[in-house]
Design a protein around this ligand. Structure first.
Ligand SMILES: [Zn+2]
Ligand SMILES: [Zn+2]
Ligand SMILES: [Zn+2]
Length: 328
C-alpha cells in the first residue's frame, strides 16, 4: 500500500513540529519549504503531487473562513491536482495534468525519480479546464522554453491546443510534442508503464474529458479527477474500482451544504457523501482502494483534522495527500 518513506515522514514531522513549536512566520518562506520534499522512488511508483481543485487554495476572491488565513500564511502542501509516476530503473517519469503548480510539481517528480532531466518523459492531460492544462505555459518561450516535451492528448484537446493562442505557440515552437490518444487505446511507455485513457462525462466546452488507467509492472490505478454524477458514467464505478488496485476519484465537493452561494445543481460532480453511499456496498478491500482527490477550496477534506476526513476514514476510504506514494 502506501510506501511513505522515512524522509517524507520526517519532513512532515519537522513541518508539524515547526508549526507548533516555532514561530514559522519569522522564517523566510523558502526556509519553511525546505522541509517539504518528496521521497525517492525505489521501484515503479505513483506519487500524489497535488489534491486541490483547479483554482487552488487559497481561492481567488474567497472571503470565507476556508481561505481567510491562507493568503497571509499559504499552506505549501496545497497544490493543484496532479499525479506523478516514476520508473526509476529506466529514469522514466510521467506527469498527469499540467496544473498551475507545474513548476514545483515537475521538480518534485524529478526528485522522486532520482533523475537529471527537468521535464517529464511524458505529460498526460485529462481536459481543457484551467487547473488541468494551464501549467503548459511554463514550458513556453517566456518561461523555460522546453524542447519537445511529449504531451499526450485526446483529439479535441489536440485541436484546442493547436488552434488557439497562446497554446498553439507551444506546438509551433516545439516546446511540446503532441502525441495523440484514442479512447480505450493503451499506450506502452518506457519503464513498463501502460496508460489507457477512457472518456467520461463532464462539462466539455473546449475538449473531451478522460480519466486514465495507469499500470506498472505490478499494480494498476485509475485517475478520475473530474466527472459528472456517477449515474451519468456509462461504466459502473464500483466495478471499475474492483478491477484496479487504487482509484483516485473526483471529490470536488463534500456535500450540497458546502456551497451556499451558488446553485449546486449547476456544478455537477459526485458529492463525497454520494460516493461514500455508493461505495458502501464494496468489500472492505475494495473500499481501501479509494483515494478522494480534487478538492474545492471549500471542501473540509483539505483539513486532515476535519470531522469530514474522519468520516471518509471511518468508511474505510482515504483522502489523497501530497506525497502519498503507491507501488505500481
Ligand atoms: Zn478540475
Ligand atoms: Zn475559500
Ligand atoms: Zn473540469
Amino acid at each position: 500500500m502506501t510506501i511513505h518513506l522515512l524522509l517524507v515522514v520526517f519532513g512532515f514531522i519537522l513541518l508539524n513540529a515547526c508549526s507548533e513549536q516555532v514561530n514559522t512566520d519569522a522564517l523566510p518562506l523558502g526556509h519553511r519549504q525546505d522541509t517539504l520534499a518528496p521521497p525517492l522512488a525505489t521501484t515503479t511508483s505513483l506519487i500524489v503531487l497535488g489534491n486541490v481543485q483547479d483554482a487552488g487554495s487559497p481561492h481567488a476572491a474567497c472571503r470565507k473562513d476556508c481561505c481567510a488565513d491562507l493568503f497571509a500564511h499559504p499552506d505549501p502542501t496545497r497544490r493543484v491536482v496532479s499525479l506523478g509516476v516514476a520508473a526509476p530503473a529506466d529514469e522514466a517519469n510521467y506527469l498527469f495534468e499540467a496544473s498551475p503548480d507545474l513548476s514545483i510539481q515537475m521538480k518534485w517528480l524529478k526528485q522522486f525519480t532520482g533523475t537529471d532531466h527537468e521535464t517529464p518523459s511524458g505529460i498526460f492531460l485529462t481536459h481543457a479546464h484551467i487547473g488541468h492544462y494551464a501549467g503548459l505555459m511554463y514550458l513556453g518561450k517566456e518561461a523555460m522554453n522546453a524542447d519537445s516535451v511529449p504531451t499526450y492528448v485526446m483529439p479535441r484537446m489536440e485541436q484546442f491546443l493547436t488552434q488557439n493562442g497562446p497554446w498553439g505557440q507551444l506546438v509551433s515552437t516545439g516546446n511540446v510534442k503532441l502525441s495523440p490518444l484514442r479512447d480505450g487505446r493503451a499506450v506502452t511507455l518506457d519503464g513498463q508503464v501502460v496508460v489507457t485513457p477512457f472518456l467520461v462525462p463532464h462539462r466539455d466546452e473546449y475538449s473531451e474529458t478522460v480519466g486514465y488507467r495507469i499500470s506498472g509492472p505490478r499494480k494498476t490505478a485509475i485517475f478520475l479527477p473530474d466527472i459528472d454524477k456517477w449515474e451519468k458514467f456509462a461504466t459502473d464505478i464500483n466495478r471499475l474500482i474492483e478491477s484496479v488496485d487504487y482509484a483516485f476519484l473526483d471529490a470536488t465537493f463534500f456535500d450540497a451544504a458546502e456551497l451556499n452561494t451558488r446553485d449546486i445543481s449547476q456544478i455537477p460532480h459526485p458529492f463525497v457523501v454520494e460516493s461514500l453511499a455508493r461505495f458502501a456496498s464494496l468489500s472492505a478491500e475494495d473500499r481501501n482502494k479509494v483515494h478522494f482527490i480534487h478538492f474545492n477550496h471549500t471542501n473540509r477534506l483539505l483539513d486532515p483534522r476535519a470531522e469530514e476526513t474522519r468520516r471518509v476514514e471511518a468508511a474505510g476510504m482515504h483522502v489523497a495527500r501530497l506525497f502519498d506514494v503507491f507501488e505500481l
